[in-house]
Design a binder for this molecule. Sequence first.
Ligand code: PMT
Length: 401
Amino acid sequence: MNKTIGIGVTGGIAAYKIADLVSLLKKEGFEVIVMMTKAATKFITPLTLETLSGREVITDMWEEYSDFNVPHIDVAKEIDLLVIAPATANFIAKMACGIADDFLSTLFVANIAPVLIAPAMNTKMYENAIVQNNLAKLRDYGCNIIAPATGHLACNDIGKGRLPEVEDIFNEIKQILLLKKDLKGKTVMVNAGTTCEDIDPVRFIANRSSGKMGYCIAEEAIKRGANVILVSGKTTIDPPEGAKYIPVWSADEMCEVMQKYQADCDVIVGAAAVGDFKIADVAGQKLKKADQETDKLILELVGNPDILKALGQNKANKQVMVGFAAETNDIVENAKKKLETKNLDFIVANDVTQEGAGFGTDTNIVTLISRNGSIKSLPLMSKEGVAAAILDKVVDIITDL
Ligand code: PMT
């Protein structure tokens, strides 16, 4: 399940920056519900944020909204995190006192999700003892507060009070969501990168996998509290801190290691691009140039083990197994076949012909296809974002086991 972020916009000049935040959150696969105070609508139109979030923007306690019956209660139930950005001195005071006199302040009182507050105002206002006391009070109530940045302010003063960069707010959001540690105590084994098949002592067959996708999954699982075993084919990336890192060369070697650790694992993710073939007879000496007459060198290939299929045959009842499918045509159909034959819980299909998807990129475009028939296509996302979406789904499955 993807996370839903409630964004409460209050009436400060930095309100226009929230358009970028909403865009970024959507790009990373979050659902976003925007709520605005009356003053905020003076700085940016609800229509802008409605278009970017793809959902109704709530501005009025008394208006009817088609998505919600009792909006302040329904929104409170739906969101996983409430972000108040920019938070004005006035709104901070209302939150600190529990005043509920418009939609956003009423929602704040009804909300049980974690809260992130991003104050933004003139330096003198920010430093005012009343504002600081109100922020301290909110911190004591468990709210997270991201400090304003220092720099040139809209009023031409220079000092502390700017809304932090959108990327910094976004990172803070991810950190807070990840504080959940929803894979704590679980062991997750991930394979990544390309396997290599020797031709002779100096040459080998490999593919274009950089290992990024698998490494992002390993890193994300560590952040969520899992013990991670990263079985890595050839890559140039440093392994994430905290993983049990097992570098391997060939598909045979990768298979052997993964079979060895299978019984210890709650979750197995196959993100590696495993070579389907290896050389039948690896030459003991460096091969000479091709035959002078024919100008050919013929290599005989034989099949490699299908690692996930082998693991799928020994899958324990409560073990969650996830595979990838790198496809160029009939994506869903082909991926479904792999899901079946490898006995997976779900498969992550990437159309590797699409720009921004598949091998070597920092982004991916994937469709999550479940054993129960559900299909969810995600937009272009960073590989970190895809990793988070995959592990969200793993956590959902574990919870239902
Ligand atoms: O590493 P990056 O540059 O970030 O690129 C990411 C990626 C494109 C490699 C990744 O997103 C991906 O799609 N990985 C799987 C590539 C692949 O081998 O796909 P496949 O459709 O051939 O295999 C299906 C599944 O079976 C995969 O989970 C694969 O790991 C597994 N497999 C395949 C062959 C084999 N002999 N043994 C296997 O376990």
